[in-house]
Design a protein around this ligand. Sequence first.
Ligand SMILES: Nc1ncnc2c1ncn2[C@@H]1O[C@H](COP(=O)(O)OP(=O)(O)OP(=O)(O)O)[C@@H](O)[C@H]1O
Length: 280
Amino acid sequence: MSASAAAETSAATHEPSSAPTSPVKGRPDLVRVAARVVDLHKVYGKGEAEVRALDGVSIDIARGEFTAIMGPSGSGKSTMMHCAAGLDGVTSGEVYIGDVDITRLKDKALTTLRRDRIGFVFQSFNLIPTLNAQENILLPLAIAGRKPDPAWFDTVIDTVGLRDRLSHRPSELSGGQQQRVACARALVSRPEIVFADEPTGNLDSTSGAEVLGFLRRSVDEFDQTIVMVTHDPVAAAHTDRVVFLADGHVVDEMREPTAEKILERMKRLDVRVRPDSAGA
Ligand SMILES: Nc1ncnc2c1ncn2[C@@H]1O[C@H](COP(=O)(O)OP(=O)(O)OP(=O)(O)O)[C@@H](O)[C@H]1O
């Protein structure tokens, strides 16, 4: 995705995240759920080249929780996140953001929903090189024709610790600082949910810990909902809940995760996926 497209999809209203909480008719359970995928299937290719990347995945993402999606390489993590965030179409199944099944939306409505209700953080930051940090952070709101809430902007800037870097361009910032700009950009519009795809994948452990600390604070202090795809058990240990995928299926989940417990679980998944490594 281009940086501008990423910025556009990050744009959102600055209404608080409580926006659309009315239950789907007959589905009062959806009130507590920020996002939900139901029996999701995603098939790439045809015939001999067919890959069943997701094979009946159902996950509820509770409001105000930090959820990690983990699993071996090729297990379907990125596909799941892209389908859940409306960046990719599904083969079958339902995907709810709040109470809206986004698989039923036409392109324009889907683009608007992504812009107004979802924040994105990508591994590669996706900042606009010619804009300074403040302009990057505010770009999605500018594209949406909205003004930032000054008090909320201040809160976000202080939380990510970027106050003295606002006039710097991305090339003048460290990787960790750039990712904090990207996090601020995702959060300044108060989206209902933030999807983060390997947000610490390009960072050293210190910068990664800073970014994860910030994401954690945004959940604890601002009631943000975050879904993060990661390979890193240390990163996933910052979350409330880890959902494990293998071969396009949800195979387990863990609450109050620790890096040790996650590592142990991942080892068993790797053995399942690659039986040859069982004795290794
Ligand atoms: N555009 C595509 N066309 C064909 N196959 C694809 C495509 N995208 C993904 N796949 C396949 O779908 C399966 C799931 O891929 P996905 O990228 O979701 O896995 P992942 O768990 O995110 O992997 P990784 O940890 O390596 O990033 C893999 O077998 C992959 O090769």
